[in-house]
Write a protein that binds this ligand. Structure first.
Ligand code: SF4
Ligand code: SF4
Length: 551
């Protein structure tokens, strides 16, 4: 075994990737990412104690968030670059140690565990250090349930870190959230084994993730306005073209400004689709529409796209040679021999290389037949028609709501979500979010008295909007969310889906269905706890599940 990673849904054989990642992550990168998490725990051991003594340092806080995001599935595949993160982590750990020792004075404790780690001098030595802290150690020492719960907490933190990072890039941060990250990583550094305590910590991650998603909502809506129902084109228009994928709206805003008047159309891909509904983004006439579907189709779709492609966050797949030369990454996303756009000293990004690649490429030679879908049903848009929705429920015109969404993925079995959406009766409404929507978002579901039967809430982080909508409905009907005619059917793939699930469980939401398979790190006893406490249920067949949910 040269590596061990079981943090995402496509893990090998549903157990763990042991030679190379199914995602394309090689064993060296996996070891370095494990070491980076280990180093982040060491940093937080000091930062947590320093903070309790009133000493904080924003550079340390931001670094830990970014370091966790680097290790999220489909973000960074570049071993040399992850090694640089590890080297930097050693410097930040020294800084955190000084911060703590300065605050504690003669009372400073000598910390053990990851706090004591010192980096090897070469990349090879760092890789060996990473291999010594892989998850197999935890499984061997603590058994699958405890190790799995530790992984659940860590995965939740990784997903939440992604949202905190997006928000902090846009100037929205929260000291309490940073404090929790240090507290939780310090907790993991102590190798906790109490199942009840670990479960409680996982739910606490869910609570903090709600705050993180709210921060990101504040950042996005504050900068670009509230999403509004918008008909968007999903077929090509003639001309030079750039395709932008990932979740980072700020990158899109900068790209749109820099491409203004250059004769280039910008298309969204994957999780960037919801950007087309934000007033201050869609005002750009050259934001032409969406191209393609979810992340796992990118090798086929990027190959066919006749322009430049920009990946702002996950989910990146191993690029094919056919488009590698016109593919660019930015932010924390990396692939070893793919051009990267860094943030400049002025805090802005210069997308000139992307623009030049788009101008050099052929572009679309003709308009395709126009096809559109409607998006933009985030909390503000839905709340503005809440009276109509409540009236329709009271009149028996809307029988049930289904939230069918989450990550998409490559493995078979995900047609369940298409089949389920198609089977949903005509007097029911489907709410959706994240890239799982591509399983059915181009189908025509019609409307109920003017209310569309398919309401696309937005990106995965817009689960915050979904929660707000559910809470508002519960308020209107003077009941709890669990008493609403509302069923959650989630598809998971990676760590953002994990933190969203933890948020829903923290809110006490029962009867969530999850698929296409359960996380490999959830041990049998932990699963039983989740079933007993929350009635969390693996998906079955669309017919059986629908009958149970409507029953
Ligand atoms: S992220 Fe997923 S596919 Fe990649 S190595 Fe880890 S478990 Fe395997
Ligand atoms: S929703 Fe999940 S799977 Fe989809 S692009 Fe975002 S992180 Fe990746």
């Amino acid at each position: 075994m040269t590596m061990f990673c079981y943090q995402c849904e496509q893990t090998a054989k549903g157990i763990g990737c042991t030679k190379a990642g199914v995602c394309g992550k090689d064993a060296d990168t996996a070891a370095l990412q494990d070491l980076l998490v280990h180093a982040a725990e060491g940093i937080s051991q000091y930062a947590h104690r320093a903070r309790q003594l009133g000493a904080v340092d924003n550079e340390i806080d931001v670094f830990v968030i970014e370091a966790l995001f680097v290790t999220v599935t489909n973000v960074n595949f570049d071993a040399e670059q992850v090694a640089q993160w590890v080297t930097r982590a050693a410097e930040i750990k020294d800084k955190a140690k000084k911060l703590y020792e300065g605050a504690a004075g003669k009372d400073a404790e000598a910390l053990t565990g990851p706090a004591q780690w010192q980096p090897g001098g070469t990349t090879g030595e760092l890789i060996a250090q990473g291999q010594a802290v892989t998850k197999t150690n935890a499984i061997e020492r603590f058994g699958p349930d405890v190790a799995g719960l530790q992984e659940l907490v860590l995965c939740g933190l990784k997903g939440t870190a992604a949202y905190v990072d997006h928000a902090q890039i846009m100037g929205v941060a929260d000291d309490g959230v940073y404090a929790f990250f240090h507290e939780a990583l310090d907790y993991l550094a102590g190798e906790p084994t109490d199942v009840g305590e670990l479960t409680g910590k996982a739910l606490k991650v869910g609570e903090v993730n709600l705050k993180a998603m709210e921060m990101l909502d504040t950042a996005n809506t504050g900068e670009f306005g509230h999403p509004e129902p918008t008909e968007v084109r999903v077929t090509p228009v003639a001309g030079k073209a750039i395709l932008i994928s990932g979740h980072d709206l700020k990158d899109l805003a900068e790209l749109l400004e820099q491409t203004e008047g250059k004769g280039i159309n910008v298309f969204t891909h994957g999780e960037m689709l919801p950007a087309l509904a934000y007033p201050k983004l869609k005002k750009h006439a050259h934001l032409a529409g969406n191209y393609g579907g979810a992340w796992q189709d990118q090798r086929k779709e990027f190959d066919a796209f006749p322009g430049a492609i920009l990946l702002t966050t996950n989910c990146l797949q191993k690029p094919a040679d056919s488009y590698k030369g016109r593919l660019f990454t930015t932010g924390l996303v990396r692939w070893a021999d793919v051009a990267h756009i860094d943030t400049g000293d002025n805090g802005a990004k210069d997308f000139s290389p992307v623009i030049e690649a788009a101008l050099a490429a052929e572009g679309f030679t003709a308009d395709a037949d126009a096809e559109t879908i409607t998006i933009g049903f985030a909390r503000n848009a839905v709340m503005s028609v809440a009276d109509k929705v409540i009236e329709a429920v009271k009149a028996g015109k809307i029988r049930h709501f289904f939230l069918i969404g989450g990550c998409d993925g490559a493995k078979s079995g995900r047609n369940y979500y298409t089949d389920l959406a198609q089977l949903v009766p005509d007097d029911c409404v489907i709410l959706t979010l994240a890239c799982g929507k591509y399983r059915f978002n181009k189908l025509d579901f019609g409307d109920i008295g003017g209310i569309p039967r398919l309401l696309d809430i937005g990106q995965c982080n817009d689960a915050h909007s979904a929660v707000q909508i559910a809470v508002a409905l519960a308020g209107a009907f003077e009941c709890g969310v669990n008493d609403l005619p509302l069923s959650f059917v989630l598809s998971w793939y990676e760590q953002k889906a994990v933190c969203i699930l933890l948020s829903l469980l923290h809110l006490g939401i029962q009867n969530i269905r999850i698929g296409p398979s359960l996380p490999a790190f959830i041990g049998p006893n932990v699963l039983q706890v989740l079933v007993d406490t929350f009635n969390l249920t693996p998906i079955s067949t669309p017919q059986e599940d629908l009958e149970a949910m409507l029953g």
